[in-house]
Design a protein around this ligand. Structure first.
Ligand code: ADP
Length: 169
């Protein structure tokens, strides 16, 4: 049975096979977790991303992790929150599903996710967390992943993840 847990801190420091980036459609870098991952991975990451020619919202693409402890970075593009009536829930779920598909393709056993779309993209935290946990639970067994970390950058997110993971939602 795969293990899902919430951890506090910086995703770039996680010792896992793959970390997930909350990227934008250009894949050419941005602020927030995207900026932190590019800084920690080094300039080779941007070069690798250029070759991917962008990524659609709800999709994810893989690169190497370069100077990161993680071997892989899965660049997922979450939806911008526009009130909830623009397919945001399904697009966010799709990000998590696609990352687990990439995990299977690359034989990834451990993966760390940030709280995709909950920063600059303004997706409500609790709603996003429910989708993250439910989607990962639904697809984890097929993926071959044994350990999932939800990396929380602030204490609010950690509390929400811990509560919802315990609630089994
Ligand atoms: P988005 O544009 O998808 O909303 P952001 O990077 O703005 O992406 O935020 C996504 C989440 O990542 C937010 O919850 C933010 O607090 C968090 N975050 C920012 N930096 C880091 C980091 N170094 N490690 C883990 N999470 C981070």
């Amino acid at each position: 049975m795969a293990q899902l847990r919430a951890v506090a801190g910086d995703i770039t420091r996680r010792d896992v096979d793959a970390i997930v980036n909350a990227a934008n459609t250009s894949l050419l870098g941005g602020g927030g977790v995207d900026g932190a991952i590019h800084r920690a991975a080094g300039p080779e990451l941007l070069e690798a991303c250029r070759k991917l020619h962008g990524c659609a919202t709800g999709d994810a693409k893989a690169t190497a992790g370069f100077r990161l402890p993680a071997k892989w970075v899965f660049h997922a593009v979450g939806p911008v929150w526009h009130g909830g009536g623009h397919n945001e829930d399904e697009l966010l779920a799709s990000c998590y599903r696609r990352c687990l598909e990439l995990a299977r393709e690359h034989a990834v056993r451990s993966i760390a996710f940030p709280a995709i779309s909950t920063g600059v993209y303004s997706f409500p935290l609790e709603r996003a967390t429910k989708i993250a946990i439910q989607t990962v639970r639904a697809h984890i067994e097929d993926s071959g992943v044994e350990r999932v970390e939800f990396v929380c950058f602030n204490s609010d997110a950690l509390l929400v993840y811990e509560r919802l993971l315990t609630a089994g939602s």
